[in-house]
Design a protein around this ligand. Structure first.
Ligand code: PLP
Length: 487
């Protein structure tokens, strides 16, 4: 129903001229919305749209009759409902160059984990049920043997994330007592995880030793008192201290701890289960190496280098893990069945290391051949250039990706990608920000990185199966009319 478009079209409207909720709900234009979204949500949206209009009228905003025609109102109501029903957690393309990007959800899970999660979501499972005895089981039993086999530890338990693992370990083993840590290791991991704060929450007293750049064995020895519960080492995940530095190796700190009847705890952060050098990657200390160095308890994340779901894994001496599991906070920090369903098949991939770089998604991304990314860049550059038009220059470029999430912060992985510059240097900064926003506004947002007066798209995380969907969105970027055929 078209509103008259005529001489009185701009005359302000009286609130009384707004249609009623009932009349709108009965109109032909609303019937498709009622079918798609249901009566309750649609009625809410109708009320909201009418209320907004009434407020505009009260505020003296001149409304033209066209804006309250049933067709226009239905379109407005439809937009509200579509927004309400649209998922907030959305897939994006991570072309930031950081593979384990904390803000983009860290590790992508292997197919085996995806299948196990779907099954656990839709069928009952023996989460805490012992199939051998028919009695009650322990959810940690599902993965403990596997974790021990892969790390050489005596026992293991799993909690919500590594922050929880550190908190629970310290609360159990050192509450009310002193914990000795090097000043060079008092890290803050993005957001709220700071070692000194966690210590406080766990009820421990932090005893800092050494200096920011150098800590010696005698610093640990000198700090030990009758109140000391343990010595702790924290992996300096997201930064490196370079130059005139000294830190004491895990094995040596362990020797000092054990000579004084203390325990040695290591927060490994990322903690990998395999030596990454076999794939030409930089060395990151493994959980097994840390256990072999004598650590009594080691904590690490499930969704960093390990490549699994968000989790905190605690491994170590049997009697210490048993104590940790009995702490009342364990119940509050435990993982759900979806996490365990995803973790178990991810860990099992490590039993077959020869196939790991193929099957473990994160490792496959870390080891992606440069030639692959380069030919992808060469294929994409002209397509993106065509879509963006002459006001932009799209170049292929050799880039450097990062592992991310604090793993190996100073090591870069050579990769390939695209660099996009404004063709005219005028207001380059603003133009680039607008382009970045356009890419973020796509149905599946493309997240790149602004650097050196260009927008960089690192192709490491754009695997072949995602390429068609990626290219299909380019026509939405065209400013010269999207109706033109693709070349
Ligand atoms: C990442 C990290 C943490 C926190 O781990 P989450 O799994 O994100 O909770 C703690 N300590 C270190 C050293 C880390 O690198």
């Amino acid at each position: 129903m078209a509103a008259p478009s005529a001489p009185h079209a701009t005359a302000p409207l009286e609130p009384a001229r707004l249609p009623s909720v009932d009349r709108l709900l009965q109109s032909a234009e609303l019937q498709p919305l009622l079918a798609d979204y249901g009566r309750i949500a649609t009625t809410d949206a109708v009320r909201q749209v009418l209320e907004d209009l009434r407020q505009q009228l009260r505020a003296g905003t001149a409304l033209v009759p066209e804006s309250v025609a049933t067709g226009a109102l239905a379109a407005q109501i439809g937009r509200q409902l579509a927004q309400l029903f649209a998922p907030r957690l959305r897939s994006v393309y991570n072309l930031t160059g950081t593979v384990l990007h904390t803000n983009l959800g860290r590790a992508l899970l292997p197919q085996a984990a995806v299948e196990a999660v779907v099954e656990a979501l839709t069928t009952p499972a023996n989460l805490e049920y012992d199939l051998a005895t028919g009695g009650r089981g322990d959810r940690d039993d599902l993965v403990e043997a596997l974790i021990c086999r892969l790390t050489g530890a005596e026992a293991a338990t799993v909690v919500n994330n590594n922050a929880a693992a550190v908190l629970l370990t310290l609360s159990t083993l050192a509450s009310g007592r002193e914990v000795v840590v090097s000043r060079g290791e008092l890290v803050e991991i993005g957001g709220a995880f700071r070692i000194p704060d966690i210590m406080g929450r766990a009820g421990c007293k932090l005893v800092e030793v050494g200096t920011t750049n150098r800590t010696h064995a005698r610093d640990y020895e000198g700090a030990i008192t009758a109140d000391t519960a343990l010595l702790m080492k924290v992996h300096t995940s997201n930064y490196a201290i370079q130059g005139f530095t000294k830190s004491v190796p895990d094995a040596e700190v362990t020797t000092i701890a054990h000579a004084n009847d203390l325990q040695m705890v290591v927060d490994l952060g990322s903690g990998t289960l395999v030596d990454l050098r076999q794939w030409g990657l930089p060395h990151e200390v493994t959980v097994r190496e840390t256990i072999d160095a004598g650590a009594d308890v080691v904590t690490f994340s499930g969704d960093k280098l390990l490549g699994g779901p968000q989790a905190g894994i605690i491994v170590g001496k049997k009697e210490l893990i048993a104590k940790i599991k009995k702490h009342p906070m364990k119940r509050a920090l435990r993982v759900g069945k979806l996490t365990l369903a995803a973790l178990e098949p991810t860990l099992r991939l490590y039993l077959h290391p020869e196939a790991l770089a193929q099957n473990l998604t994160t490792l496959r991304l870390f080891t992606r051949p440069q030639a692959d990314m380069r030919s992808q860049a060469e294929q994409l550059a002209p397509l993106l250039q065509h879509a963006l038009g002459a006001s932009w220059t799209v170049d292929t470029a050799e880039l450097h990706s990062q592992i991310g999430s604090g793993a190996l912060p100073v090591d870069n992985l050579p990769s390939w990608g695209l660099q996009i510059y404004p063709a005219s240097g005028k207001q380059a900064g603003r133009q680039l920000q607008q382009l970045e926003a356009r890419l973020r506004a796509l149905p599946r947002p493309i997240i790149g990185r602004l650097h050196d007066d260009a927008l960089w798209l690192d192709l490491r995380c754009l695997e072949a199966d995602a390429l068609d969907g990626f290219i299909a969105q380019f026509f939405l970027l065209r400013t010269d009319g999207a109706a033109q055929a693709q070349p």
